[in-house]
Ligand binder design. Sequence first.
Ligand SMILES: Nc1c(C(=O)O)ncn1[C@@H]1O[C@H](COP(=O)(O)O)[C@@H](O)[C@H]1O
Length: 182
Amino acid sequence: MTESRQAAPAADPVVGIVMGSDSDWPVMREAARALEEFGIPYEADVVSAHRMPDEMLAYGQGAAGRGLRVVIAGAGGAAHLPGMLASVTPLPVVGVPVPLKYLDGMDSLLSIVQMPAGVPVATVSIGGARNAGLLAARIVGTGSDELAAEVREQMTAFQDDLRDQAHAKGAKLREEVARGLD
Ligand SMILES: Nc1c(C(=O)O)ncn1[C@@H]1O[C@H](COP(=O)(O)O)[C@@H](O)[C@H]1O
């Protein structure tokens, strides 16, 4: 009898990564990479407030009910997607300003960061999708389930690693200085 080989069912996503266009993916995939490093199940999709407003509303309104705990929303230019999602979901929304050819992402940054009182979006730096993923991981880590506990443990190890790397860089720089500048 041949052994049946079935792929394990993918865990339900707890983070939703959405972006205004697939052209944002080269930037936004860094958020996905960060989540993968922490073993956090996520989904990724194109959702545009401007081009598909009905679908954007449905995504935002359904996100919490589907088990998502955080939404990461990235968009370039007149980036209304993160704010519009934040207005229809009770979940934390992390906004990623995506830099485009003109204005270097300043337009997107200002569109996302200047939210009216009552509708918060946690905005990361221009192109800062990796930090968006790490922030989402920390938010997941605030939970009380097994995944949250694992993420907290991994995040502490990650931070220890960052500190060790910074120490190593400092040691290298001090050695260079001790040898004298050319
Ligand atoms: N800012 C938004 C929204 C939105 O905020 O709803 N929808 C698309 N876009 C942005 O338009 C840019 C150009 O999109 P195309 O590359 O598809 O022309 C992208 O950076 C996208 O995020």
